[in-house]
Design a protein around this ligand. Structure first.
Ligand code: C5P
Length: 218
């Protein structure tokens, strides 16, 4: 198969990573979670005593790290990061570092390098618009804020975490607003992306729909 690129963007909690991972598995290609990269930089900065508000320092840190993909998460300098980058603190710090142009430049470069010689399904906020503008298939996956909050709520409850539905909803809304209104690479649907609203559809239905779009382009 020739190199095949699938870009999946959308707001927080729309189910991008679940869907993207399954689509990648079905196509037998690599899944790239770009959100995990922003989270990993925030986590490393926090744990290295770097001032997270200093763009230059955070960008230098990002540049110095060896970031690699792993089936269970993401590795920085061979250290596998899983749940530690999914905490509320890291979630909000990831949005802070994602606003920094110098940090984005480093990570977008790494993302483009990963996709240079292999087929990928990559998910994030700016994949179709900025990272892989020539992707074969572009999806903008969304769902109502109520549904996204409810899904997150159930997910966190199942992990035994104490959460409030209304608070989760407010956090998602705040993150969406940050991601949509930032100056650099804001979250928006690419002109040639297919809009999929997952509010009333199962993961299987969404995966099938995306696979159908992919097969038409293969
Ligand atoms: O996708 P996830 O929720 O893990 O992303 C965490 C944060 O990283 C997002 O809220 C967003 O601010 C940032 N992000 C980004 N561009 C991407 C992926 C994630 O700005 N391509």
């Amino acid at each position: 198969m020739r190199r095949f690129l699938v870009a999946i963007d959308g707001p927080a909690g729309a189910g991008k990573s679940t869907v993207a991972r399954k689509v990648a598995d079905c196509l037998g290609i690599t899944y790239v979670d770009t959100g995990a990269m922003y989270r990993a930089i925030a986590w490393k900065a926090l744990n290295s005593g770097i001032d997270i508000m200093k763009e230059e320092e955070v960008a230098q840190l990002a540049e110095s790290l060896d970031i690699s993909l792993h089936p269970e998460g993401i590795c920085i300098n061979d250290h596998l990061l899983k749940n530690e980058i999914r905490t509320p603190e890291i979630t909000s710090l990831a949005s802070v570092v994602a606003k920094m142009p110098k940090v984005r430049r480093v990570l977008v470069n790494k993302q483009q390098q990963i996709a240079e010689h292999q087929s990928v399904v990559m998910d994030g906020r700016d994949i179709g618009t900025n990272v892989l503008p020539c992707a074969d298939v572009k999806i903008f996956l969304t769902a109502s804020i109520e549904e996204r909050a409810l899904r997150r709520y159930k997910e966190m409850k199942a992990k035994g975490m104490a959460v409030e539905l209304e608070q989760l909803k407010a956090e998602l809304q705040k993150r969406d607003e940050n991601d949509c209104t930032r100056e650099i690479a804001p979250l928006k649907q690419a002109e040639d992306a297919v809009l999929i609203d997952s509010t009333h559809h199962s993961v299987t239905e969404i995966v099938e729909k995306i696979l159908h779009l992919c097969r038409n382009k293969l």
